[in-house]
Design a protein around this ligand. Structure first.
Ligand SMILES: *Cc1c(COP(=O)(O)O)cnc(C)c1O
Length: 385
């Protein structure tokens, strides 16, 4: 008798969960739950160590992340934005200089340039949502000092073309890898092609901590040393300050969490890949355009970004099914209030503006259950307006 009551309860609960299945665009709690015990014991270990800033967790993480990428040096910082602006500062790029960047990026990429007083010069994206290298050369002037390549949504950009053009015009190359941890072009990981690679470990990133964090990677020992000094008030030796620096240190607790996650990064990436391969194979709706992958590039699926002309209706429909979505990004940097001073008119970057009106990121996160994936696929395939 008791057994059957229990069974009924379970059935009811499952039915209820199915009926009200609510799926968020992203869920970071699921990622935490995957290795909960390891994160919790690491946290206690650091708390009990009595050492909280620039200690062995940070230096071990720097070494492990550099090894993972196949690059000589990694310097942990406080955020991805810090990595970007410090990169341009160290390269000596500022007032009077121009930096070419793709126009459909997250605004932090552009802030990394303008914080230093340099001018961003926007280039349109290609069909892969990355910098269109066919339009790169026409943007180069005698003020151009660098190209900032953003490997958007997790897909590596065409680094062969970028490096060829950079070499021809003697330009620096900075890579914004905030969304592309581990993505490969040819046989090298993103962040290892240019002069400096910039990473973010914000919680939602593929390699994300439980707070803010970032890093600069480079094969150049002098750059690595300068960044190491810069992040700590410009001092190598305590109270001996060489330059006016910043306080941009990755802290021990975040570094410790990131070491745990880095150990599992391959399996986490595999899980995202499996989900996205299902999406690519099973999503079938004439009103939805699926993402494409460049030959020679790999995609680590930070986001699964579809396009839809009737995006507003699609969002409304998915909301009615309790499925969350996100837009990356609704306002391109050149049209945001912050960059009105650049004086770039609406309509001057038509591909970027069209993407901003049509892109939609559908639910994707580590720990996403099969029935959640089924429900997203089923619902998207049934959409019509
Ligand atoms: C997240 C992100 C950044 C900024 O990283 P923070 O750690 O949030 O400062 C920069 N560029 C891109 C492309 C990003 O996605």
């Amino acid at each position: 008798m008791e057994v059957s009551i229990c069974e009924n309860y379970i059935r009811y609960y499952f039915w209820k969960e199915r009926a009200i299945m609510q799926i968020m665009a992203n869920r970071m709690d699921r990622g935490f739950q995957l290795y909960q015990n390891e994160y919790e014991s690491k946290l206690l270990e650091v708390l009990r160590s009595g050492w909280y800033v620039l200690g062995k967790e940070v230096s071990s993480f720097e070494q492990e992340f550099a090894d993972y990428l196949g690059v000589k040096h990694c310097v942990g910082l406080a955020s991805g934005l810090d990595a970007l602006w410090i990169a341009f500062r160290i390269l000596g790029i500022g007032v009077g200089d121009e930096v070419i960047v793709q126009a459909n990026t997250y605004i932090a990429s552009v802030m990394g340039i303008t914080i230093n007083g340099a001018m961003p010069v926007f280039v349109e994206p290609d069909v892969f949502f990355n910098l269109d290298t066919a339009h790169l050369e026409e943007k180069i002037t005698n003020r151009t000092k660098a190209i900032l390549v953003v490997h958007l949504y997790g897909q590596a950009s065409n680094m062969e073309s970028v490096m060829k053009i950079a070499k021809k015009y003697h330009l620096k190359v900075v890579e914004d890898c905030a969304q592309s941890h581990g993505a490969v072009f040819g046989n090298k990981k993103t962040g290892t092609f240019g002069d400096i690679g910039c990473f973010s470990f914000y919680p939602s990133k593929n390699l994300g901590g439980f707070g803010d964090g970032g890093a600069i990677v480079t094969n150049n020992v002098d750059i690595a040393e300068e960044v190491r000094i810069f992040r700590n008030y410009g001092s190598e030796k305590k109270y001996y300050n060489k330059v006016v620096g910043a306080n941009s240190r990755l802290d021990e607790i975040q570094a410790a969490f990131l070491r745990v996650k880095l150990k599992h990064l391959e399996e986490l990436q595999e899980e995202r890949k499996t989900i996205c391969e299902r999406y690519l194979k099973e999503l079938e709706n004439k009103q939805i355009i699926l993402p494409q992958i460049l030959k020679g590039a790999s995609h680590v699926w930070h986001q699964f970004v579809i396009m839809c002309k009737e995006r507003g209706k699609l969002i409304e429909y998915l909301n009615s099914k309790q499925i969350g979505t996100a837009i990356h990004y609704p306002i391109p940097p050149h049209m945001s209030e912050a960059y009105q001073y650049l004086g770039i008119q609406k309509g001057s970057l038509p591909v970027t503006e069209m993407y901003a009106d049509r892109v939609l990121s559908i639910p994707l996160y580590n720990g996403m259950r099969k029935e959640e994936q089924d429900y997203v696929i089923e619902s998207l395939n049934l959409f019509s307006n």
